[in-house]
Design a protein around this ligand. Structure first.
Ligand code: HEM
Length: 135
């Protein structure tokens, strides 16, 4: 996991605009995805896009609008209703890695974001076998 100083430097590098590009590129792939499509609310994808975007902005050192809108992130609790197994986790990263490539953010930012997202995605697995690092 990158250290906190690195993590909180990302917002200054890419701003709201960079996060919107990234999360937009991620959510464009969701409806057509056979694994993730059925998990997300088809009638509120825009809302889902906004929630992820606002969380990432907060977590990577930007304004804490997410906290005002949603309260404490409690990501494991918020993902409990969704079956996140290893397959869903890996697919989430495939879509996110494509989004990171498509958004063409500076390499100094993606080198911090990619491992952070990988690690949180693993932490959110809540069904089936869990990797040894969190068992
Ligand atoms: C491991 C694979 C993952 C799956 C299958 C998954 C799935 C979902 C689903 C179905 C939702 C509900 C959409 C909505 O209505 O907001 C959601 C919400 C959310 N996810 Fe994930 N997610 C994954 C990983 C992640 C990761 C890695 C992060 C953060 C780095 C994340 C952050 C969030 C946030 C912030 C919300 C909105 C929470 C709220 O305020 O209600 N998710 N996720």
């Amino acid at each position: 996991m990158p250290d906190e100083t690195a993590i909180s430097s990302v917002y200054a590098q890419i701003g709201d605009e960079g996060f919107k590009r990234l999360v937009g590129a991620f959510y464009r792939q969701v409806p057509g995805d056979d694994v993730l499509g059925p998990l997300y609310p088809a009638d509120d994808l825009e809302g889902a896009e906004h929630r992820l975007c606002s969380f990432l902005i907060f977590r990577f050192g930007g304004p804490d609008r997410y906290l005002h809108e949603r309260g404490h992130p409690q990501l494991r609790m918020r993902h409990a209703p969704f079956a996140v197994d290893q397959i869903a986790r890996d697919r989430w990263m495939v879509l996110m890695n494509r989004a990171l490539d498509e958004a063409q953010l500076p390499a100094t930012a993606t080198v911090i974001m990619r491992p952070f997202l990988e690690e949180v995605a693993t932490f959110l697995i809540n069904r089936g076998a869990r990797p040894a690092i969190i068992s």
